[in-house]
Design a protein around this ligand. Structure first.
Ligand code: NI
Length: 175
């Protein structure tokens, strides 16, 4: 793959609160960016990453929810991903985020989602996701709309996590 790692933005950051722009046309530059994002995600390690998390305000996400002991990796690159249907049935997962390190909380989301996107070759794709894949793809698409998993939590819990992240950023800036 051979992508280049990018630093991941840590919450709170105004770039993590913005709505990202549609990608009008694929370019080699965007394909390189997608490879870089996969490299950054695997290295973290994480199971999903959205472009705004590295300061790129475009509708691009990458994910791979195959566990190491489960088999071959399945890196997915999605340009302009869109949820076109979701199940009434809900699922609860303990979520985390590479922009909110070491903080986890249970979030309820639809169990199944149908997603349409453009792949790295510019081909339109559509697939139904279930379980962890469904949670992950919803979490990443939220990033493109400036939404974080902590936005689903009660205000007190969200403020507590935000204060921890502010402290972490101060510590990192000093180091
Ligand atoms: Ni995230």
């Amino acid at each position: 793959m051979g992508g280049m790692k990018h630093p991941i933005l840590i919450h709170p950051d105004p770039r993590l609160k913005k709505v990202c722009a549609e990608v009008p046309d694929l370019s080699d530059e965007l394909r390189v960016l997608a490879d870089d994002m996969l490299e950054t995600m695997y290295d973290a390690p994480g199971i999903g990453l959205a472009a705004p998390q590295i300061g790129i305000m475009e509708r691009l996400i990458v994910l791979d929810c195959v566990r190491e002991d489960e088999g071959d990796p399945r890196p997915l690159v999605m340009f302009n991903p869109r949820i076109v249907a979701s199940s009434d049935e809900q699922n609860v997962y303990e979520e985390g985020c590479l922009s909110i390190p070491d903080q986890y909380a249970e979030v309820t989301r639809p169990k199944l989602v149908q997603v349409e996107w453009m792949d790295r070759n510019g081909t339109a794709q559509s697939e139904e996701f279930d379980g962890l894949w469904a949670t992950c793809v919803q979490h990443e698409i939220d990033h493109l709309d400036g939404k974080l998993f902590i936005d689903y939590l009660k205000p007190l819990k969200r403020q507590m996590i935000t204060r921890k992240m502010q402290k972490l950023k101060r510590e990192r800036a000093r180091a």
